[in-house]
Ligand binder design. Sequence first.
Ligand SMILES: *[C@@H]1O[C@H](CO)[C@@H](O)[C@H](O)[C@H]1NC(C)=O
Ligand SMILES: *[C@@H]1O[C@H](CO)[C@@H](O)[C@H](O)[C@H]1NC(C)=O
Ligand SMILES: *[C@@H]1O[C@H](CO)[C@@H](O)[C@H](O)[C@H]1NC(C)=O
Length: 387
Amino acid sequence: MLEALDYDSKKSDDASDEYCTQVSRAIRTMSKLRCAPRDSNFGAVVLLFLVVPTFVVGIYLHGQKITYFLRPLWESPPRPFKDIPHYYDENVSMENLCKLHGWGVRDVPRRVFDAVLFSNELDILAIRWHELYPYVSEFVLLESNSTFTGLQKPFFFAENRGQFEFVEPRLNYGTVGGRFVKGENPFVEESYQRVALDHLIRASGIGDDDLLIMSDVDEIPSGHTINLLRWCDDIPEKLHLRLRNYLYSFEFLLDNKSWRASVHRYRAGKTRYAHYRQTDDILSDSGWHCSFCFRYISEFVFKMKAYSHVDRVRFAYYLNPSRIQDVICRGADLYDMLPEEYTFKEIVGKLGPIPHTYSAVHLPAYLLQNFDKYKYLLPGNCKREHG
Ligand SMILES: *[C@@H]1O[C@H](CO)[C@@H](O)[C@H](O)[C@H]1NC(C)=O
Ligand SMILES: *[C@@H]1O[C@H](CO)[C@@H](O)[C@H](O)[C@H]1NC(C)=O
Ligand SMILES: *[C@@H]1O[C@H](CO)[C@@H](O)[C@H](O)[C@H]1NC(C)=O
């Protein structure tokens, strides 16, 4: 034991000798520097007062971009989904549609429950509920007077409930008081609200094998998708929905990779409302996810502050209304971030603004039926109102 200790201290003596040598060598080099001709002295000054600060400021401004660009090196992609091919045409019978998917057709459709946590997205909610109305038995909506980031907000739905009279007979509405804990991770408030939503879903009378749609308000399953799932037997217990991913409006189709929305055959005591990966199965081309699809610039500012990723607002000027308007019309990124992808090929492929889409074919019907009201969501109308 003693020997071992001795050995160790000897080793550290050696190490400090080595350190001494290095330091004296460095001092000698530095004194040489001091006596060196003016040129290299000047070089050192430039290094100290120009290159180093530029580097530090560069990291501060673009550090996020550097880490995102290098993502393929530090993070491996999530397990791939098992895509279920999706067959649909309005003129094919339900029996044949179910058969195409390898499922049987039922005599009576399942009941469908659509449950959402509501923040302030009134227009998107109207489009969603009209799209799903023919197929949904009960609409469940919960809202809080707190954003996920703990900011106070009005009960926007309650204030505008009059606009949604058409769902009243099927509406299960609830509110929950925010906890308003300062400096807490936004995901804590979010999961608290999801638990409250579980209670409201139970109170709405759901039973075993009813279908429960779990998705954010802006993740809209297409009506025919929900119709298929309620009519076919043998569908998976849990199924993610692959949605077309739009940003700001249906003019900017980012990709087809939105996957968080899911449909569950409800099991009492087991099914929990969640918004993460729950299974490998995903049904292709099942609807639309329209992120940041707001009418007013002020709603963009509200969302950027209320969002669970509020840390992305790194500079105050990100919230400047004319900057936001400019970003929307270009299809650029509100937070000036790089795409979140896992291969260099995909990162490079998505660099720069999202290309414009000029197709408004296969969009929610209610949107096109009321284009006067929802023009800002359609291609060619990126200018937002102030208010
Ligand atoms: C759909 O089917 C109906 C009759 O079942 C037919 O009259 C109609 O033309 C069909 N529509 C299309 C687009 O094929
Ligand atoms: C939030 O709502 C709850 C009840 O819904 C209420 O008790 C509480 O006072 C509200 N808080 C604020 C800050 O508005
Ligand atoms: C997404 O899917 C649709 C229909 O399947 C296709 O038309 C479109 O090109 C796809 N878009 C992207 C960006 O992959």
